[in-house]
Design a protein around this ligand. Structure first.
Ligand SMILES: [Zn+2]
Length: 315
């Protein structure tokens, strides 16, 4: 009987390792085409698109294309209040049980996407760290997490579904190394320009693939370019997630910071406030900047909020 079981285990191991090899080779192939550090067409498009929209939120009000986003952010303040009447908390807690032991919800997000302690007497000098647009490359993800670990910090990795589909093994790394996966829609497109049905599919398809890959659904959603509307927010809520954009943009996606980690750090520090919700991306210069950035934040007395300790209702 024991021998029989051992034989079965050995067969299972052989099968598993065969799968692993296959995954790796696929990922390398995909990685070399779409996830490389030198901007491929896809990345180029993405950062161009980012340029247009994300500038205004973080940077100066350079009118034309940005106005949509700034507008969307303002809109959201009202929307949040409307949606907060519903109580969708239940979906969240049942899902998070699967992650690990329940973590006390000590923080909440306000309507400007800042993270605030529930207990007003406790330290408000906290930041939320987020990395968007992955998962792209194993090397970058591991380097980011190595640095996060060194500082005992957790972050949200907002992923796109199409990237998860190409690199499910990278999503597993993020999850298995104890970081938090967020939903950044299936494609990196402006959901506001889609029908509400199409936009909803962008959200739910990511919930599905993430659940299939790591066994739990995301509890946080950030729309590409920070662009959303009421219908999208309702979908996000229905799926048990907290909707957020950001309150501190590192501009690491912008041409001005390309290959300049020191600029990424400076941009974050320039906009730093208690509760800053810091938008960064899975980019080589951000990877390089992170160690010094986290050290500087600590020197200024800031600590890093564990995303799992944030309530899933904004208030
Ligand atoms: Zn993005």
């Amino acid at each position: 009987m024991i021998r029989h079981t051992t034989a079965l285990i050995m067969i299972a191991c052989m099968l598993l390792s065969a799968c692993g090899t296959k995954d790796e080779s696929t990922s390398e192939l995909v990685g070399s085409s779409s996830g490389s550090i030198t901007p491929t067409q896809e990345q180029q498009n993405e950062s161009n698109a980012n340029d247009t929209v994300e500038t205004q939120t973080t940077d100066s009000p350079s009118s034309t294309p940005t106005s949509t986003d700034a507008h969307s952010d303002q809109e959201s303040l009202d929307d949040e209040e409307i949606s907060s009447t519903e109580k969708e908390d239940t979906g969240e807690s049942s899902g998070s049980q699967a992650t690990e032991n329940p973590i006390e919800k000590k923080y909440h997000m306000n309507s400007n996407y800042y993270i605030k302690p529930n207990d007003k007497t406790s330290d408000s000098k906290v930041v939320l760290l987020t990395f968007d647009d992955g998962p792209k490359e194993e090397k970058m993800i591991n380097a980011l997490i190595d640095t996060l670990d060194k500082h005992d910090a957790k972050a949200i990795f907002f992923v796109n579904g199409y990237r998860v589909k190409s690199h499910p093994e990278l999503l597993k790394i993020i999850h298995e190394r104890g970081q938090v996966v967020g939903n950044h829609a299936w494609d990196h497109e402006d959901l506001k320009k889609m029908s509400s049905t199409a936009a909803a599919k962008q959200v739910t398809d990511v919930q599905k693939i993430v659940k299939e890959t790591i066994g739990v659904e995301p509890h946080f959603f950030r729309p590409p370019f920070g662009s959303g509307n009421n219908a999208l927010k309702a979908t996000v809520k229905k799926n048990g997630m907290l909707y957020m954009t950001w309150s501190n943009g590192s501009l690491d996606w912008d041409k001005s910071t390309k290959n300049k980690p020191e600029k990424v750090i400076q941009n974050v520090l320039d906009q730093l406030n208690p509760g800053s919700n810091i938008l960064m991306h899975e980019l080589p210069w951000t990877v390089e900047a992170l160690e010094e950035l986290l050290s500087k934040l600590e020197q200024k007395g800031y600590t890093f909020v564990d995303p799992r300790s944030i309530e899933l209702e904004a208030r």
